[in-house]
Design a protein around this ligand. Structure first.
Ligand code: ZN
Length: 250
């Protein structure tokens, strides 16, 4: 059976002499992995259309009882040229792609998540602040996948935040200081400013979201809270985050 779909390439891996294993996030069917036969020898069919970050139209072929989809060819829709020439942007983009690869369920359509990914990568390529975009992506993508943390009320007493709250990655929510019994788990403090920014970033139209200007303190608070949150969802740290931290520290 032949089909085609718009997709963003998440990663590729060489397979044998000439083939490639390609993981992509598609508009119609969510995350999938396919194989390209002779991709490394056939520049005509694929060109640069299988490189990470590329938004392309993939032509697929599937047979019953065959485990892997075959990718027949790829037409580029958008190639992010600036992004691939700028280390900061590539490092940030790599965290975004790894988040999708690790978190998105196989073969489950999520058009909103696809459009979010395409839009954020485009903004990254257009020159918007990389770490800000990463935060916006994390906040909205986790929510679209059903992993939205609960920050508006204390998990224990239900009280609304009046001052700083404590984020518990393990529970995916916040506790007020009077409900917190120190358990030795790593905790991240979230100020009211950070919680306010979180809900704006979640609900605002994506076109307008770049007008938000969170302070460095707010960004740091959310960074700690979200790395703890994704760590508890995935049970591991993302590899590309280490690279991004190294680049950012330079
Ligand atoms: Zn409480």
């Amino acid at each position: 059976m032949k089909s085609k779909t718009e997709a963003i390439i998440l990663s590729t891996m060489n397979l044998g002499e000439a083939d490639k294993l390609v993981t992509f996030f598609s508009l119609d069917r969510g995350k999938l992995t396919g194989v390209t036969k002779n991709a490394r020898k056939s520049f005509k069919r694929f060109g640069a259309g299988l490189e990470a970050f590329t938004n392309c139209r993939l032509h697929l072929y599937e047979r019953e009882h065959q485990e892997l989809i075959r990718i027949e060819s790829s037409d580029i829709v958008t190639q992010l040229f600036t992004l691939t020439n700028d280390l900061d942007r590539v490092a940030t983009g790599s965290v975004i792609l790894e988040l999708v690869k690790e978190l998105a369920p196989e073969c489950e359509r999520n058009a909103q998540a696809f459009l979010l990914l395409a839009h954020i990568l485009q903004l990254l390529d257009d020159g918007e602040a990389p770490l800000f975009l990463l935060k916006i992506f994390e906040i909205r993508f986790l929510s679209l996948l059903g992993y939205q943390p609960k920050l508006d009320r204390c998990l224990s007493c239900g009280g609304q935040p009046k001052g700083d709250m404590i984020f518990l990655g393990m529970k995916g929510g916040v506790l007020c200081p009077s409900c917190l019994v120190s358990s030795g788990d790593p905790q991240a403090r979230l100020s009211q400013g950070a919680v306010g920014f979180y809900y704006q970033a979640l609900r605002m139209e994506l076109d307008k979201v770049c007008r938000l200007k969170p302070s460095a303190v707010i960004m740091r608070e959310l960074d700690l809270a979200f790395s703890s949150h994704t760590f508890h969802i995935l049970g591991k740290r993302l590899r590309s985050v280490e690279f991004l931290r190294t680049i950012s520290a330079l």
